[in-house]
Design a protein around this ligand. Structure first.
Ligand SMILES: Nc1ncnc2c1ncn2[C@@H]1O[C@H](COP(=O)(O)OP(=O)(O)O)[C@@H](O)[C@H]1O
Ligand SMILES: [Mg+2]
Length: 249
């Protein structure tokens, strides 16, 4: 799987605790590009797991992301984003900045999340991982209709094998306008919508619903630059599971 991140894009990681988001982000992005909600919690309370400061931490999280996007910098939102509301907030933020949005959805079996959660520095209660996992089932169904510029579902193998190409604007070029595709993308991004239920129609969702390869047709200097194919089918998992809204992001 080949993942292309456009200049100035917001990359939204979606997945339960232990699904490998932070590890993947570290491997493929610059340290300064990754904005972590856990880290924001720690920065204001000295404790990544202090949920009592989550409100403030997410204000900070969104604020840093906003600054980066306004400056045309790639920003990776490292939070679980398993609830529709959390994703809608991030979409709204990107839309206001005119930034394209890419989703990386970490589709990892519950047992693996639980086992990895045990190994990581900040451990989450197993029942919290389980709830986030259930929300993830719903997220995988909804993401194709939420209006992202691209979305990718990463299973365990894709996490290992994915190639990520991060396109960055030249220094000093605000908003990544040096990119040949930035202009139309910005306008398109205005349609992304921040409907918490993420069910608006008429949007492009060019990505992967079936863990196949994404082949963006508009690579730098090539491709027709037109509409891209919507996936033939969305992820097959999930469905019918109801979790607490807004409780885990
Ligand atoms: N691809 C992987 N293979 C093996 N272990 C992994 C992989 N990705 C993450 N881990 C391990 O799993 C634990 C949780 O990963 P992490 O990236 O912190 O997940 P998240 O940020 O989604 O909660 C860490 O100890 C990490 O080393
Ligand atoms: Mg993490």
């Amino acid at each position: 799987m080949r993942i292309v991140v456009r200049p100035g894009a917001l990359v939204v990681l979606v997945g339960p605790a232990g699904s490998g988001k932070t590890t993947f982000a570290r491997r493929h992005f610059r340290e300064t590009e990754v904005v972590s909600s856990d880290r924001c919690r720690a920065m204001i309370s000295d404790d990544e797991s202090d949920m009592s400061v989550s409100g403030r931490a997410f204000e900070l999280f969104h604020e840093i992301l906003r600054h980066r996007l306004e400056l045309g910098r790639v920003a990776v939102a490292d939070s679980t984003a398993v609830t529709p509301r959390a994703r809608a907030e991030l979409r709204g933020l990107a839309r206001r900045c005119g930034a394209p949005v890419v989703v990386l959805a970490f589709d990892v079996p519950l047992e693996v999340c639980l086992e990895r959660n045990e190994r990581r520095s900040r451990r989450v209660a197993p029942e919290v991982v389980e709830r986030q996992f259930q929300l993830m089932r719903q997220a995988l169904e909804r993401i194709p209709g939420e209006g992202y510029d691209a979305w990718y579902v990463l299973d365990l193998r894709a996490q290992e094998e994915a190639e990520v190409e991060v396109l960055r604007a030249r220094p000093g070029v605000r908003g990544g306008t040096a990119s040949p595709w930035r202009e139309p993308e910005t306008r398109q991004g205005g349609d992304a919508g921040d409907d918490p239920d993420g069910r608006r129609g008429g949007l492009r969702a060019d990505g992967i619903g079936d863990r196949g390869d994404l082949r963006p047709e508009r690579l730098p200097g090539g491709g027709p630059g037109g509409e891209r194919r919507a996936p033939a089918a969305g992820p097959q998992e999930g469905g019918g599971v109801h979790g607490a809204r807004g409780g885990a992001r």
